[in-house]
Design a protein around this ligand. Structure first.
Ligand code: TMP
Ligand code: ASP
Length: 254
């Protein structure tokens, strides 16, 4: 499929104009960054794995009636998506204390939270994506009250669905980050899930060993990053048993 003009390049993905108006092509790079770009690496095959894992998750969410921007995977590194106007919020949902909430509130990593907690960060690299409240979001018009309500309801639904999906393959969903967009359909505007859901944007711990199967392997220099992502893909049945990551790298053409 012919790619159009590059319209945006982020840290891990590139967006191109799609084949039809209202569509874009989302390209997954192998680049990894953390701590607001201070730490960088190229991890061979990461983009291929995230493309497949995100396709798998978004397809399932679409099928339970949760609207997403995802249309279809095109090849190893690209997927066709609906063009949306990204709401400038990183929406984090946490089930277990880890990462920044552990630091901020002095909670031991691994401690279960009293209930699932949703946090909002303002998407602004120059500021390091600061934590904000609903007051900031509505006062500065980043999203309306209705959009915030929709985002909270959808994020809790994503959390319930993903918690079950991962639990079924022995993985604990500790936390994750999602983004939403405005989909303009004639006179209508709908809030839909956008961006990606992958081990780059989730904390995933093996339920029996506690082993980290996500981007914390990169952030914390634990090694075996793409091996861990492959393990997630293998358990979800996206790549075949016992062939490891090698199989996915030769899958799907392009
Ligand atoms: P945090 O504990 O560092 O705030 O991260 C919470 C979750 O959000 C974790 O699963 C990683 C994910 N996340 C991103 O995907 N992108 C980001 O820029 C940040 C800060 C977190
Ligand atoms: N700091 C974020 C993380 O650790 C992402 C980034 O800045 O690229 O995931």
């Amino acid at each position: 499929m012919a790619k159009g003009r590059k319209i945006y390049e982020g840290k891990a993905k590139i967006l191109y104009e799609g084949p039809e108006p209202g569509t874009l092509i989302q390209y997954f790079k192998d680049d990894a960054t953390a701590f607001n770009n201070e730490k960088r690496a190229v991890l061979d095959g990461k983009g291929v794995l995230n493309n497949r894992i995100s396709e798998f998750v978004m397809t399932q969410l679409n099928s339970i009636g949760l609207p997403t921007h995802f249309l279809k995977r095109l090849n190893m590194r690209e997927q066709l998506i609906k063009e949306v106007e990204i709401i400038p919020l990183e929406v984090i949902c946490r089930n277990v204390a880890a990462g920044s909430i552990s630091k901020r509130l002095g909670l031991e990593e691994g401690a279960p939270l009293p209930r699932s907690i949703i946090e909002f960060c303002y998407k602004k690299d120059e500021l390091g994506d600061p934590l904000v409240s609903e007051e900031h979001i509505t006062a500065f018009n980043w999203a309306s009250n209705q959009e915030i309500d929709d985002i909270i309801a959808m994020t809790l639904r994503v959390n319930d669905f993903l918690t079950g999906l991962f639990a079924a393959v022995g993985i604990k969903l500790v936390d994750f980050k999602v983004e939403y967009g405005r989909l303009y359909e004639g006179e209508m505007v709908r809030t839909v899930l956008a961006d990606e859901i992958s081990p780059d944007s989730c904390r995933l711990w093996d339920m029996s060993t506690g082993e980290k199967l996500d981007k914390d392997r990169f952030r914390r220099d634990l090694g075996g990053v793409t091996e861990a992502y492959s393990e997630v893909a293998r358990r979800l049945g996206i790549i075949k048993e016992d062939k490891g990551g090698a199989e996915i790298l030769s899958f799907g053409g392009e």
